[in-house]
Design a protein around this ligand. Sequence first.
Ligand SMILES: [Zn+2]
Length: 351
Amino acid sequence: MVRISIPTLPPPPLIPLINPLSSLTLKEAASHTASFLQRGKGKTLVVTGAGISVDSGIRAYRGDDGRYTNPNYRPVYYSELVDPSEKGEDFRKRYWSRGYLGWPPVRDAQPNPLHYSLAATMWLGLAKEIITQNVDGLHDKASPYTPEETKRRILHLHGSLHLVHCKNGHVVPRDEFQEVLTKLNPSWKSFAEEAFATGTQPRTNPDGDVDLQGVSYDSFKVPTCKECDAIMKPNVVFFGESISEEVKNRAFKAVEASSQLLILGTSLATYSAFRMIKQALSSVPPKPILLISTGPSRADGLEGLEKIEMEAGPVLKLALEGLARGVVEKGDPVLKRLRESGVVKRPMGDD
Ligand SMILES: [Zn+2]
């Protein structure tokens, strides 16, 4: 059983590691990434984390120095959320009142150019699948494939905020659940509207939770499952909760079938992600890994892992320019759209 625990990073080494890729220019980094993708022969597995959604307005847990961007952040644990006692009900009030305010920004977030570049990487046949730690659904929004094909190509390691379910398998879309919350809590609706109108929305964490201080959750009404009256929870893996065997096996098989890993925007602090690195590096022969991310990561210094310490977006976009040239000349409209799409909207309050 693997449980998600609050991620921690090991302390930095006393002697800084020598990274041969640390002094590359953007052009050199792009050219290195392009060669890496070509060597993968279409079997590169892409792994992404919170860093790639920051340009879509969703704040990462960690800043460039590896520290939590919100030092007061204390997530609700799985055992607390599903605790049937009154104490559990208090946690559910806290979680869903904050989640009520945190959902609209996640729902409305749009893919940034990097999400589209990764979609283009698949479209060009350079990668087959993306495994993401993000629960924001932005890879799905950028996908050029049918919903069924998108499900085959994008694995949500930690679930998705777009669905809510009970333990008996009754699932409702998050938007529908949001409407029920609105009906039960009209004063929170006014609070949310006023905050939106005055631009004073609380900051949203990547799991859809918000920072809310000096507000009482006591009066917040939390609905149970309309089919069976059980406790509802979002379809995301909470701290202290296990990843399902199905998802775990699919991730294992994806690493096994891949020729190499391209990892973007993550410190690999959660074990579920780090385990894929260990699996790739202990394969015979070891599968090469290229990590493009800013800030320290749990995998820094591992033999067989290369790291480009840059924002992944511009590197991949430039890398694709060369890789896509032949296809663009043939006038592929999907590829053209993927290469021109994406909006950059940094999180509120970040400079
Ligand atoms: Zn139910």
